[in-house]
Design a protein around this ligand. Sequence first.
Ligand SMILES: C[S@@+](CC[C@H](N)C(=O)[O-])C[C@H]1O[C@@H](n2cnc3c(N)ncnc32)[C@H](O)[C@@H]1O
Length: 253
Amino acid sequence: MDIGVDTRPAEAYAVSAEFYDLLHARSYHRHAQALAGAAAAARIGIVEIGAGTGLVTEVLIDASIVPVHAVEPAATMRSLLLSRLHPPVGRSAADRVTVHACSALDLSLTEQADLAVCLRLVPCLPPEERRALWRMVADLLVPGGLLFLDRPPARLPARPTRRSLGEVRLGIDTYRGQVTARAEDGRIRCDYAYLVCRQGRILRRAQESFLLRPMTVRALREELAQAGLALEDELTADVLRVRRGVRRAPAPC
Ligand SMILES: C[S@@+](CC[C@H](N)C(=O)[O-])C[C@H]1O[C@@H](n2cnc3c(N)ncnc32)[C@H](O)[C@@H]1O
């Protein structure tokens, strides 16, 4: 199966969802642990924008005591998220977590959070949607509330680069993934290729492509400021900390 770059958000990840946790769970879960302290400190609410299959959501819920809102428009990713959140016996996360089946731009949660988290989403958004996202985040955060997001790619790749997503054994099958990134019309085209093999024989192949927009931290800082959000510093080398100012930014003309 091969999915192109023009897929609408609700239908995106139709191919990648199947392989997402198999190939990413270990590293993304470890990466998300850096947010556990911020989640534990939240006193009003947490909003995770682009929750995907819930690898980060799980860390936010486990570390916190406040309501958690997980926003996920893609049906395939959301079905994995819901399966993950449905509590196994004895776990009470279901009391606190709400899943929003929509784009972040359709969300209305004014000042219901002191923590927002948005990982591996921002570079996928066209500039006008990205700017609308900052306004939405400024609206949902209380004054002084924090947003954590990952550092966007700063530039286009000079030449195509290929990276392995690793290999997972499941029974007699092996699941492999790789991503090839190349510059295309001022954006970074990422072709994800998946391969399932049984005893050395290829059972099936699948592919899905995404377009990322590079952005310097300086440009990001200016854009955030226009929405009343201040880029403060780094939580880790690749996660940035942003704070909502006390005064609201003026509404765009
Ligand atoms: C690469 S995945 C990252 C998922 C999760 N944050 C993680 O780190 O594992 C990006 C997610 O953002 C979601 N997404 C795309 N556009 C969105 C939008 N406008 N609002 C909210 N989520 C969106 C996608 O459906 C996808 O599940």
